[in-house]
Design a protein around this ligand. Sequence first.
Ligand SMILES: [Cu+2]
Length: 107
Amino acid sequence: MKFIISFLFTLFIAAPVWAVDVSMGAGGNLVFEPNEITISAGDTVHFVNEALPPHNIIVEARPDLSREALLFAPGESQDVVFADAGDYNFFCGPHQGAGMTGVVHVN
Ligand SMILES: [Cu+2]
């Protein structure tokens, strides 16, 4: 019994608390990777800084979901919880013109 409890505890600790990782500047390109994401309401998207900083996350018409602070260091991250169903377009402030955009579909 003790083994089972500690095994379950380990599983719980090891499981990521977010639904999906999105790399910013993946592969040295001005992109979000993936740039089209489908999640369920209440899920968290974990944005991780990679190359060509600075990056941020601006969700169109939703300042409450946006993370305007610029991320400079590789590995810096931001979490965004999408509580409600819908389609959310987002972009990187400094690189929107370069096509660093994406969409989150929340079911
Ligand atoms: Cu950017």
